[in-house]
Design a protein around this ligand. Structure first.
Ligand code: BGC
Length: 740
């Protein structure tokens, strides 16, 4: 064929794939199919199983043939999925394709930083790219649905799933959740390389009491709407295809039978026409919550609240038929659930694409490059007082010490079941590659992060003595964060602190790198180190990213997406708190424990620790310095229908090119409901050369000033507002304007 014609044909085919099927056609096909389905087949579509093993058992094959299942999760190999799909589409009565879902949370084979680390990049484009790479890898292996992004606001580092969150702030989390949705779903769900995203866990799961996973949540509606639902609304706006309910009760009502959340807000207010799946057995867990008598009762409650698909437990299949027959569940509720499920399958093009050939995917140079960039941008420089970093040429020999310096699995973090350890480059390997083996000495010191022994200390100390500087890799191993991994202590586990003492006693310059799934408390450790870099669990390419940052081949640009407490006793601590009637002043810091208490003012503080955080939200250092000046507001008055801009000059006052994340905050000074001392309303990453000065501008509309009033209505009230353009939530240049 003529090459021009060929190009045109390829372009047309690609276009046909990328364009989503028009909605009326989808609706027509859904209705036509629904009309042919019997009740068992409908309930089959509403059921998701985890029991597909390799090879697929004859029982499961027979069940697929009979239309028993609509979806499988975390199951089978690519070949199994292709075979199961063939059976569903060729051998079941109606040929309805299966939907394969999986927890593709921060990468698939190529692992990106944990979501909390990705949030530290404050870089929506990069976060979108990470999700796109993951979608590509997963879709190639026949997975067309991920249970991500998790956008539960997390203000409690004890909660193990803080690692999976996008941090404490609804604006940042919502912006990044939307970016992830775009990345997973691509330009069109019908693209075979797109996967449906899932906004989870709806809702308020991150507000579990005492940070204990699955615990109860009590939240006033104002807080629920302004903070916890906001990222979900942003994901909905971005077109997220599915929602997952959460395990918790919300004000006593399980999220999985919560009509207020699922009907009033999601369907009625947000006009969502996608699919809702329960969490893993969260339907039958309502029996233990004490809100359902038995599985039958649980099925009835969930389906009438609007849960379309039941994950793993089988109360729908076991009871919905008889519930319909006895009139306790309306056929209309079943039909609407099945419509939502079929609509998704049509939108994904599952009915139209040929059954994909089984294929195993491998990392590519592109996915590894993206993973390294994400790991680089997610690292936060918390301390560099002595200018120890970047390590200069005077460091001829470098000692690498610590339980996380060379642990492929640990650096991938939670939810990396598909991540391939053989792709992982550890920091030790990266330093050896970059500096040559002769310049790098290594001693783990401890077997893992929880090791209580000290047998490895002498070798670690000896290694430190023989080097010009030491990099200590500390933190938490993989299994200490994630689901059901709540901690009551936030310090470095095991004898890591003692290892720091032993190594720092050598007098050698010490850099501490912390790999963890949550904010930890490490005040004393930081005091003994010349520099601290917080890298979270950085994923497959964490090693080269960290080594290049420490050697100055890249400059740190990560910023905290969550406040770091000084001690676990301050939790929950977050920047957008209310002022109270007795705010403490900077002079009223804590008195170290053990000292006689000198009563200060009767203000909202602690007597044994400073009321301020260890590191504020938005914080992060660079190898250069930035100065903020000249805050300008385009008009002192914002009219109800107009808009203003707020701008400031940001100057790179140091000697290195680097990225600064410029943050924009507001405060409503007087309102009918007390408002937070600051709220993030915008941010921008700017790359500045040494000496370069840039004006950074943020638009502001009255809608940005809205809040929920006592009647739970979203309102703006006239009055004075304060604004900041700032490097973090505790500093910045500030001004005021009036809303009329
Ligand atoms: C988790 C979900 C996850 C599901 C499937 C549950 O335990 O809460 O986030 O998607 O399992 O693996």
């Amino acid at each position: 064929m003529h090459s021009f014609l060929w190009t045109v044909l390829v372009a047309l085919l690609a276009g046909a794939v990328l364009l989503a099927e028009p909605q009326p056609d989808v609706d027509r096909r859904v209705e036509a199919l629904l009309a042919q389905m019997n009740l068992e087949e409908k309930i089959g579509q509403m059921s998701q199983s985890t029991s597909m093993s390799t090879p697929i058992s004859d029982r499961i094959k027979a069940e697929i043939r009979s239309g028993r299942w609509g979806s499988f999760l975390n199951a089978g190999s690519p070949a199994d999925r292709a075979e199961a799909q063939r059976i569903a589409m060729k051998e079941s009565r109606l040929g309805i394709p299966l939907l394969f879902g999986r927890d593709v949370i921060h990468g698939y084979k190529t692992i990106f930083p944990i979501p909390l680390g990705q949030a530290a990049t404050w870089d929506p484009e990069l976060v979108e790219r990470a999700a796109r790479e993951a979608a590509h890898e997963a879709a190639t292996e026949g997975i067309r649905w991920t249970f991500a992004p998790m956008m539960d606001i997390a203000r409690d580092p004890r909660w193990g799933r803080v690692a999976e969150s996008l941090g404490e702030d609804p604006y940042l989390a919502g912006t990044l959740a939307a970016a992830m949705v775009r990345g997973y779903q691509g330009r069109s769900l019908a693209d075979p390389m797109s996967i449906a995203a899932c906004a989870k866990h709806f809702a308020a799961y991150g507000a579990a009491e005492a940070g204990r996973d699955y615990n109860s949540v009590w939240l006033p509606e104002i807080l629920l709407r302004e903070i916890y639902l906001e990222p979900f609304r942003a994901a909905r706006e971005a077109g997220v295809a599915t929602f997952m309910t959460s395990f918790n009760t919300l004000n006593g009502v399980p999220a999985t039978a919560n009509r207020f959340l699922l009907r009033d807000i999601l369907r009625a207010e947000w006009k969502y026409d996608g699919m809702v799946v329960s969490d893993y057995e969260s339907v039958t867990e309502m029996i233990r919550h004490g809100t359902a008598r038995d599985a039958r009762d649980a099925a009835r409650e969930a389906v009438t609240a609007g849960v379309d698909m039941e994950m793993v437990s089988t109360s729908y299949f076991d009871h919905l038929k008889s519930l319909v027959e006895t009139g306790q569940v309306k056929v209309a509720d079943i039909d609407s659930a099945v419509r939502n499920i079929l609509r998704l399958k049509f939108r994904l093009g599952l009915f139209d694409h040929p059954i994909p050939a089984p294929r195993e995917v491998a990392a590519t140079p592109g996915s590894l490059e993206a993973a390294e960039r994400a790991a680089t941008e997610s690292a936060i420089l918390l301390k560099n007082e002595t200018g120890l970093l970047p390590l200069g040429d005077s460091v001829r020999t470098l000692a690498i010490v610590g339980p996380l310096a060379d642990s492929r699995v640990d650096q991938m973090g939670t939810w990396s079941m598909d991540g391939r350890p053989e792709y992982v480059e550890t920091p030790l390997a990266a330093f050896q590659k970059l500096l040559g083996n002769g310049r790098v000495l290594y001693a783990a010191g401890l077997k893992n992060s929880r090791d209580l022994g000290r047998e490895g200390f002498p070798a670690a100390v000896d290694t430190a003595r023989r080097a010009d500087a030491v990099v200590l890799f500390l933190g938490e191993e993989q299994i200490l964060s994630g689901e059901a991994r709540s901690r009551a202590f936030l310090n470095l586990p095991g004898t890591q602190e003692a290892l720091v003492d032993a190594v720092s006693a050598t007098g050698k310059p010490v850099v501490v790198v912390i790999m963890a799934g949550r904010p930890l408390t490490f005040h004393d450790v930081a005091g003994k180190a010349g520099a601290v870099l917080y890298t979270w669990h950085p994923g497959t390419m964490g090693g080269p990213a960290i080594a290049k940052l420490l050697l100055g081949r890249a400059a740190p640009s990560g910023r905290l997406p969550i406040t770091f407490p000084r001690t676990v006793g301050q939790v929950p601590i977050y920047y957008a708190h209310l002022n109270t009637g007795r705010p403490p002043s900077e002079r009223e810091l804590g008195i170290p424990a053990g000292n006689p208490v000198q009563p200060q003012g009767y203000t909202s503080k602690y007597i044994d620790v400073d009321f301020t955080p260890e590191y504020p939200f938005g914080f992060g250092l660079s190898y250069t310095t930035f100065e903020y000046s000249d805050l300008r507001i385009s008009s002192p008055i914002l009219q109800g229908t107009g808009s203003i801009t707020v701008s400031a000059s940001v100057t790179n006052s140091g000697s290195r090119e680097a990225v600064e994340t410029v943050q924009f905050y507001i405060r409503d000074l007087v309102a009918s409901v007390a408002q937070p001392v600051r709220k993030l309303k915008g941010f921008e990453r700017v790359l500045l050369k040494p000496g370069e000065r840039r004006t950074v501008t943020f638009p502001l509309h009255p809608a940005d000033l809205a809040f929920y009033n006592e009647q739970k209505r979203l309102v703006t009230e006239p009055g004075r507002f304060q604004v900041w353009i700032a490097p973090d939530a505790a500093r910045g240049v500030s001004g005021e304007f009036e809303l009329r």
